[in-house]
Design a binder for this molecule. Structure first.
Ligand code: HGY
Ligand code: MN
Ligand code: MN
Ligand code: MN
Length: 404
């Protein structure tokens, strides 16, 4: 399993050790095609769906039982690590290959999925893969969304070989999934701090993602007096600082982040006329998350009014906090006890594809430690023996559902 993880990391590899696989780009396509071939080598029935998710199926012999789906996402953030998403895809794929080789045909089908995109790193449409499978994402209204280079989603899909016409709005939606189990790196430092090998996720925080566009007047930097400016960047900067201040006042577990800010047509001798930035707001409590978001947007509008700027906000994602399934979580705990692995229960501050499955089928997550809690960085790292402990736990749980 470990060498397969290194193999997958070669797709989109950068010299500094980072990995970049953005939706529908060449490294992304090569990785998905290579994973499909690897799944076939393992004896799984492998295929793409209409939006680029890759499935590998270990067919069961009792058709009345709903399949259990396991997997994660193949895409990365820009210059990310080699474990986020990829570990879940590889561990799940190798687990099904192992179960097939040792135990043969399961009673219920077991499927691995490599979701085409979860991060929202290229287009502001996080969970594009699992969102389509669960019906949260639709082609309608998304197909003309553009990436920072101005390439639309439909152009990118066609470029990668996926058709976009006559597909309907939900060409990849599934209604048949019996349960979803995802193994993932923790991307935090709790397991390391508590010296635990396995995290059993209790819940995934809610998440709101917005794009904010601030407009003023671009003007000459030399001839426009300070008192006569409508400076979109100065206004956006005040909004960024206020976002941090309000989040600090709100207190944990709320977090609010401006991860990307872009000065449109930015030039050193021009007063900025247009700025676009992103907002990422998370909380374990949906009502508090929504209330904070409303309060923050009210404040940002006040700043815009005072500065005679305009502000537009687009909500790209509104994912509710989701509790994980206690029954499957109990199976994970039983597996850890059987092997003598140290485990603990904890919430996830990171979003995951399991967040979209939680409302429609029993879903659970297994975490393995992240060294120093670092993720979304080339320094993301998990010890090989910890990766194997997670793999053994996943195999044990999938065995129960497939053969038990
Ligand atoms: O942003 C997240 O929480 C996840 O890594 N996509
Ligand atoms: Mn992830
Ligand atoms: Mn991530
Ligand atoms: Mn809400």
């Amino acid at each position: 399993m470990l060498e397969v993880l290194d193999w997958l990391a070669t797709y989109g590899a950068a010299p500094d050790g980072g990995v970049t696989r953005l939706l529908y780009t060449e490294p992304w396509l090569q990785a998905q095609q290579a994973l499909l071939a690897k799944m076939q080598e393992l004896g799984l029935e492998a295929s793409f769906d209409a939006v680029g998710n890759v499935y590998g199926k270990l067919q069961g012999n009792r058709y009345t039982l709903r399949p259990v789906l396991t997997g994660s996402h193949v895409d990365t953030v820009k210059n990310g690590g080699k474990y986020d998403g990829a570990y879940g895809v590889v561990a799940s794929m190798m687990a099904l290959g192992y179960l097939k080789a040792v135990y043969g045909v399961p009673k219920r089908s077991l499927e691995v999925v490599s979701f085409c995109e979860e991060e929202g790193s290229r287009f502001p449409l996080a969970y594009w893969g699992s969102g389509h499978v669960t019906g949260v994402r639709s082609l309608a209204g998304s197909i003309d969304v553009a990436d920072p280079e101005g390439i639309t989603l439909s152009e990118a899909m066609r470029e990668a070989g996926f058709q976009t016409a006559n597909l309907g709005d939900h060409p990849a939606k599934r209604e048949d999934i019996g349960a979803y189990i995802e193994i993932h790196i923790e991307q935090g430092s709790v397991l390391g701090y508590k010296k635990k090998q396995i995290g059993i996720v209790t819940a995934i925080v809610g998440q709101i993602r917005l794009t904010v566009v601030v407009k003023g007047n671009s003007n000459h930097a030399g001839t426009t007096p300070m008192t006569m400016r409508k400076d979109a960047l100065a206004g956006a900067s005040e909004m960024v600082v206020v976002t941090e201040q309000m989040a600090l006042e709100e207190g944990e577990p709320l977090v609010a982040t401006v991860g990307r800010l872009h000065v449109k047509r930015g030039t050193s001798n021009v007063v900025p006329g247009e700025v676009e930035f992103t907002l990422d707001i998370r909380h374990t409590d949906e009502l508090k998350m929504d209330l904070f978001c409303t309060k923050l947007l009210t404040k940002l509008n006040e700043i815009a009014r005072r500065r005679e700027l305009t502000i537009e906000t687009v909500e790209n994602l509104h994912a509710s906090p989701v509790a994980m399934h206690e029954g499957i979580s109990a199976e994970i705990e039983t597996a850890c006890t059987a092997y003598g692995f140290q485990s603990m229960k904890l919430p996830s501050g990171a979003g995951h594809d399991a967040q979209l499955f939680g409302p429609i089928c029993p879903s659970a997550m297994i975490f393995v430690p992240s060294r120093g809690g670092i993720s979304h960085s080339p320094d993301e790292f998990t010890e090989p023996e910890e990766l194997v402990v997670g793999f053994q736990t996943l195999v044990h749980v999938l065995y129960q559902y497939g053969y038990g």
